[in-house]
Design a protein around this ligand. Sequence first.
Ligand code: F3S
Length: 60
Amino acid sequence: MNPVVDHDLCIGCGLCAELCPEVFEMGDDDLAHVIDGADCDAAGCCEEAADSCPVEAISL
Ligand code: F3S
C-alpha cells in the first residue's frame, strides 16, 4: 500500500500525522507528507488516517 496526499485538497488539519505518525508528517508547508520509506502494512494505521481525513485528501 502506497499512500498519497493530494496537496490540492489537504487543509493541514494534522489528523493523519496524529493518528499515524509512522507514515504521515506535517511539512514546512503545513501540509501532510508521506514519510520516505514509510510502510503502511507495518504501521497498520493508514486506513484509519485516510478515513479520518476531513477532506479525503489521502488515497491508498
Ligand atoms: Fe491534510 Fe487530511 Fe492529513 S487535511 S493533514 S491529509 S488528515
